[in-house]
Design a protein around this ligand. Sequence first.
Ligand code: NAD
Ligand code: ZN
Length: 390
Amino acid sequence: VEQDIEVRFHYPVVFLRGLFDPHQSALACEIERADPNRRHRVLMFVDDGFASAWPRVAEDMAQYAQAWSQVMELMAPPIFVPGGEQIKHDMDTIRDLLHRLSRSGLCRHSFVLVAGGGAVLDAVGFCASLVHRGLRIIRVPTTVLAQNDAGVGVKTGLDTDGGKNTIGTFAPPYAVFNDLNFLRTLDDANWIGGTAEAFKVAILKDAAFFEYLEHHAEAIPRRDEQVMETLVVRCAELHLDHIRTGGDPFEFGTARPLDFGHWAAHQLEAISGYKIGHGPAVAVGIAVDSLYARHEGWLSDRDCERVLRALCRAGFPLWYEELDRRLPNGQREILEGLRTFREHLGGDLCLTYPHGIGRRREERTIRTQQIEDCIQELRERFGPRAPHDG
Ligand SMILES: NC(=O)c1ccc[n+]([C@@H]2O[C@H](COP(=O)([O-])OP(=O)(O)OC[C@H]3O[C@@H](n4cnc5c(N)ncnc54)[C@H](O)[C@@H]3O)[C@@H](O)[C@H]2O)c1
Ligand SMILES: [Zn+2]
């Protein structure tokens, strides 16, 4: 008996300001769309780091639900959850989330709304995708990285001893609301950090966008809101295009075309004990893999320099002492990232590199000695005592 099943997914990613202003109907209309003839049960979760920057936000959420009470019924006051990567490997918090979700009177038609950074979206999204085999999830990403990447896609993930995102689900959201006002309170590290994903996707897919980033790189650390808005929207669009049209939204194949720079990034995050965030780690990963692409002749000297210089001007350090750490056998610890990436892909390594700016190629044979040389070059140019570059 051959089974052939097709399931369609549809979700809007909305950019707006003032999401929880009771006069802003976007969220209520989207919930109503599920079934205009009923009141929908909603449970809300808030990243506590986000909430300390926006002390009124939980109250605003509750008032919004009250103002739209013909559409939604809040099952409990908004629940605070710990912000940051820690939540993705704290199994006590995960168990507590599962417990709350399964004991709050929600059914498969209810909604879970989660507002926060990528880590909180991943953790709450993961739990919501398990309870009743999948609740409807509405994401409200509140960091640059979450609005332009982590919060708009179809995946959730937790970390284990084995590394980053070793456990997770494919769980497309019901809707995503990116309120650009929320970005204003980010510290500089998170404001700048999240832009690494924009560089990544621009280098692989959109030369004009890369030129825009290159020309406006210095406006990023100056906190230019106009540049940030353009960057976040375009980066999210490119990720969404990829998921919609790339032919493999649930990653059944071995290629991970948007994971340029990520084998090194995930490893760098893990060996730093997550002191180095995802964004800054991705910037280093982009630098390593761009140097590699130059060595192999896929990226010209000039284009490789454009990439490195733009990242520096945007405020990214391109060297961390963790890159120098070695295992007892003398091998750099960062190179272990290739092994974990290979395992994650299912045994066959397949890495994506730029082939000129705006185009990409996939490679299955990687020369580790060459990567050694690239890391050495980063050290000499951007490491301790290096002349300031870029
Ligand atoms: N599921 C996916 O497809 C996907 C894709 C990319 C990244 N990710 C994951 O996303 C995570 C990184 O997300 P991130 O960069 O948003 O970091 P994060 O979630 O760790 O948030 C960073 C910090 O900012 C705080 N914060 C959140 N919003 C704030 C605001 N508006 N003002 C002030 N502070 C605020 C948080 O409390 C936290 O302390 C990683 O775990 C990464 O693996 C997931
Ligand atoms: Zn990433």
